[in-house]
Write a protein that binds this ligand. Structure first.
Ligand code: HEC
Ligand code: HEC
Ligand code: HEC
Ligand code: HEC
Length: 222
């Protein structure tokens, strides 16, 4: 059912507008272009969305996911004595999609469904200093996150302000209001709480302006 909804959304975007396309195409997530993404691109490629989505033969996790997923990986999670909310042993889908490239374990061009009839495999030939020779995000790139998430903002968290009422805004129950608006699957703090992979308006693919830490205080009351 979930997948069906994603499919409808993808079709609607294809028919109704090019907003997403215009956004992604001008960002470092356009791996077809050495000018949009000089750090990481693939020679011989033309399809922008295909690195992450496919209309058919999608992976089992996420919105028509075309990127090979790193589901067996065990990630080291952030921990501290003042953490109060429930945390899963690993990231959920709103982080796994990002980590499938940014943990550096899988090639950026390793796809479930190549354009045309070929099935799974790799698409294009890597170029740019952020990628290693096999097309993985290089360990020396600024954008390499790795599998050790213990020094990163916590993810895999079930947002529950009642566990720490002095520190966090309560959920509103409305998906269009904060903090609910930022929660992945309406529930979790994941990479996609703070990042929108399609839109670089606020740099670093942030979901909104954080120049005065405005994003942080959507959830934190500090
Ligand atoms: C298909 C692989 C892939 C996926 C999926 C992916 N990224 Fe990226 N991302 C890259 C590559 C490659 C770069 C470019 C690295 C460079 O040019 O230095 C990049 C760049 C970035 C940057 C740097 C932007 C800048 O302006 O410097 C951020 C931030 C980022 N990604 C976050 C994310 C987040 C968060 C997600 C998930 C919501 C995600 N990415 C999903 C491969 C991916
Ligand atoms: C670098 C990877 C990447 C690229 C390239 C990319 N997407 Fe996405 N897309 C994602 C991720 C990750 C999510 C899930 C975000 C989340 O969990 O909030 C997503 C979600 C979506 C969704 C459903 C949720 C939403 O945000 O509306 C649609 C529709 C979508 N993408 C369309 C597209 C189209 C169309 C293109 C090409 C023009 C494209 N995407 C290119 C990574 C990408
Ligand atoms: C709580 C919000 C938040 C979460 C959750 C989060 N990020 Fe970020 N991320 C940021 C902010 C803010 C920046 C910009 C930092 C800066 O300007 O130094 C950033 C920067 C980045 C960069 C660019 C780093 C660089 O030095 O170029 C990458 C890549 C990135 N994030 C990936 C991820 C991934 C992958 C996840 C999930 C595992 C994630 N982020 C989770 C807020 C977040
Ligand atoms: C989507 C909601 C959300 C956003 C946005 C957000 N955070 Fe968080 N943050 C959390 C949650 C939830 C925790 C884990 C709290 C807990 O378990 O007590 C957390 C944990 C933290 C911690 C560790 C606290 C500890 O007890 O060890 C710090 C520090 C932090 N966030 C800073 C930031 C900063 C800085 C930003 C902005 C770049 C930010 N957060 C944005 C929800 C968010």
């Amino acid at each position: 059912m979930k997948k069906y909804v994603w499919l409808i959304t993808l079709i609607a975007i294809g028919v109704l507008g090019t907003t997403v396309l215009a956004d992604v195409a001008n960002t470092k997530h356009n791996f077809t272009s050495s000018s949009a993404s000089p750090g990481g691109f693939f020679y011989g490629t033309r399809q922008v969305c295909v690195f992450c989505h496919t209309p058919h033969n999608a992976g089992s996790v996420g919105p028509l996911t075309n990127h090979e997923m790193n589901l067996a990986e065990s990630y080291a999670m952030y921990d501290s004595p003042t953490m109060d909310m429930p945390q899963a042993i690993g990231p959920h889908v709103g982080s796994l999609l990002c980590l499938s490239c940014h943990d550096g374990a899988l090639a950026v061009n390793s796809l479930n469904n190549l354009p045309g009839p070929e099935g799974s495999g790799t698409y294009g030939t890597p170029g740019g200093s952020a990628l290693d020779g096999s097309g993985k995000v290089s360990t020396t790139s600024d954008t390499y996150v790795g599998t050790d998430l213990s020094d990163d903002h916590p993810v895999g968290i079930t947002y529950d302000a009642s566990q720490d009422p002095d520190g966090f805004h309560s959920k509103t129950g409305s998906p269009s209001s904060y903090p609910d608006k930022l929660l992945s699957e309406g529930t979790y703090v994941e990479c996609s709480s703070c990042h929108n992979p399609h839109d670089n308006t606020w740099s670093n693919f942030l979901v909104e302006d954080n120049s005065t830490s405005g994003l942080c205080v959507r959830c934190h009351t500090k």
